[in-house]
Design a protein. Structure first.
Length: 599
């Protein structure tokens, strides 16, 4: 997997997905809060309705108790069981008068009332007569289906078996009045009364549902709620009806054994929350998308830069030291790109010098520069990684980040060890930097060569005219430069000759500063133009016993001191060789390729 894919995956895992999850969880919590609110409100309604229905049912039961336990009713039942020989004619008129008086009070609540013996034979009827009820049933009057039946035993004064029972029917609208059942929460709310034991619906806002099966309304063909759930004392649940989610609360009554249920639509109240949440999710999505695009662009630029650097590294490994590089910038990747460009250029230059000279001093310079250019950004990367590691260890970042950070730090340490190993291949000899006199160095070099000059019959002429000849450098190294020039001149005059040494102050044509110039001129055969181009190359020598290092090392030493060493073109055949050395004075020294002489 590419670095870009891993970074995008990390961003999705730690940024996008948590934001979306937070939005979804927040939305779910708001809907749950609405559900709890609706459950609380419907529970209040259903308990109020249950209290009102229990009170009305108790009143109906109280009425039947009065009818079943009064003296006239008991007398009527005794006379019925005594038969014609008994006191029926004497008891019936008084009992009938009393019961009709009571009926005048009850007719508004009941359709009819019957007094039946233990065999079910009707002794007396109040309200609709049997024939009228049968006639209505034959006509299919739906109203007869919308009634409730009440029964109460007629007790025996002796405490034995009941004498019979009082049976009464009342209109459903009387027992379950609409003013009680019309209580609702919201425009979509309504109440339902069910008799689960008989599996029928007693009250519903749609009259077509009356007397239908409760299991059909609640079960798999309706709300898809397990009927056994409604056998609890009370509770709340959420169900789907048509295309709407609804919240319902219910209470089971002991007497009568009815289930009172109140429900309302969730969408009616969750709509504003849903719109707000959708707007919030839209905003979160837009912000996430914007951040994602910005992150994509940023990581794309960074990874493209890293890919370019990788290709550039492959190109450098293949010998191309001028590969296309990403633009330099102020961030770590930009600085690394700039450092890589500098490194590639210097690698090319250094490798060229190594190929030309194959000298360990050049390798040392290469490794020093490589260390400087690589270890600085490497140190910055390491410090930043260690800072992120501390944050991760303190719990500010996910624990999953610790592994990649430890691997990155380990690789940085390994790269640092590699750089140190390369640096240790060849470290240049340390030189002291202090003010020194060029004239004094020249005289010391001449004194050191005097025995050889005398042996070879070589005369020395000096014309040290430079007024200011103090430079910053290593006197011992500078003496080695002039010794090399004197030895080359002496080797060019095996039969004797003359070496002229002159110094003067000249102006630098580039910055108009003052330099000190030293010329060493011999009377030997001179140097041909073909050879003059190679005299400063390592391993090049016209002498069979020569190593070819003398002039190369001398040139490198002069450059380290900010100066230049060159061979003047020959003016004529046998005119001798003229080497010129220029140094910046002590007040001007520090520029040039040799800047930063090792201390």
């Amino acid at each position: 997997m590419s670095l870009r894919a891993r970074m995008m995956g990390l961003f999705l895992a730690l940024g996008v997905i948590p934001l979306l999850a937070l939005g979804i969880v927040s939305y779910r919590q708001s809907i749950s809060a609405v559900e709890e609110l609706l459950a609380s409100e419907t529970e209040n309604i259903v308990r109020q309705t249950a209290g009102a229905l229990e009170s009305r049912y108790a009143r109906y039961q109280s009425d039947l108790t009065l009818l079943a336990e009064n003296l006239e009713t008991l007398s009527l039942f005794r006379a019925h069981y005594d038969g014609p020989s008994g006191s029926w004619e004497g008891v019936f008129p008084a009992a009938a008068t009393y019961l009709r008086q009571i009926w005048d009070q009850y007719r508004a609540s009941y359709r009819w009332i019957e007094f039946r013996d233990t065999l079910g034979v009707v002794i007396y009827t109040l309200g609709e007569i049997e024939r009228e009820r049968f006639s209505r049933a034959d006509l299919g009057d739906a109203a007869i289906q919308e009634e409730l039946r009440f029964t109460h035993p007629v007790p025996s004064p002796e405490g034995s078996l009941p004498l019979g029972e009082v049976v009464a029917t009342a209109s459903m609208d009387q027992v379950l009045p609409t003013d009680v059942l019309d209580q609702s929460f919201g425009t979509s709310g309504y109440s339902v009364v069910m008799d689960l034991n008989e599996d029928r619906i007693l009250a519903h806002p749609r009259r077509s549902q009356l007397q239908s099966r409760a299991s059909d309304l609640v079960g798999p063909n309706g709300w898809q709620v397990g009927l056994e759930r409604l056998f609890q004392d009370d509770g709340s649940f959420v169900f789907r009806a048509a295309d709407s989610s609804r919240v319902a609360s219910f209470v089971n009554l002991e007497t009568p054994g009815w289930t009172i249920l109140a429900t309302t639509a969730l969408d009616e109240f969750a709509g504003p929350f849903s719109r707000t949440r959708r707007l919030q999710l839209l905003i979160v999505g837009m912000v996430t998308a914007a951040v994602f695009l910005a992150f994509l662009l940023m990581t794309g630029r960074a990874t493209r830069s890293l890919e370019s650097l990788t290709r550039a590294a492959d190109a450098v490994a293949g010998g191309d030291y001028s590969p296309p590089l990403p633009p330099a910038g102020s961030d770590e990747v930009g600085r690394l790109s700039a450092a890589f460009g500098v490194m590639a250029g210097r690698v090319e230059e250094t490798l060229r010098r190594i190929q030309e000279s194959r000298h360990m001093a050049v390798i040392g310079e290469f490794t020093s520069r490589l260390s400087h250019e690589i270890r600085n950004p490497l140190t910055s990367v390491k410090l930043n990684l260690q800072r992120i590691e501390r944050h991760a260890a303190q719990g500010r970042l996910p624990e999953e980040c610790l592994g990649p950070l430890e691997i990155s730090l380990s690789e940085v340490d390994r790269l640092d060890r590699v750089v140190r190993g390369v640096l240790s291949l060849a470290r240049p000899r340390a030189r002291t930097t202090e003010p020194c006199s060029v004239h004094e160095v020249l005289l010391q070099a001449v004194a050191a060569m005097t025995p050889q000059f005398e042996e070879r019959k070589i005369e020395i002429e000096d014309d040290l005219r430079a007024v200011d000849e103090t430079i910053l450098g290593d006197a011992e190294a500078l003496q080695g430069v002039f010794l090399n020039l004197f030895l080359n001149a002496a080797d060019a005059m095996p039969d004797g000759g003359r070496i002229s040494i002159t110094t003067q102050n000249i102006s630098d044509p580039h910055d108009r500063s003052t330099l000190v110039e030293v010329k060493v001129h011999d009377t030997g055969p001179g140097v041909s133009p073909e050879i003059a181009q190679k005299v400063f190359e390592p391993f090049f020598s016209t002498k069979s016993e020569g190593t070819g290092f003398g002039l190369s090392v001398a040139s490198s030493t002069v450059q380290d001191h900010g100066g230049t060493l060159r061979l003047q073109p020959a003016t004529e055949e046998g005119g001798g060789a003229v080497f010129e050395v220029e140094f910046p004075l002590a007040g001007r020294q520090g520029g040039g390729e040799g800047e930063g002489v090792s201390a």
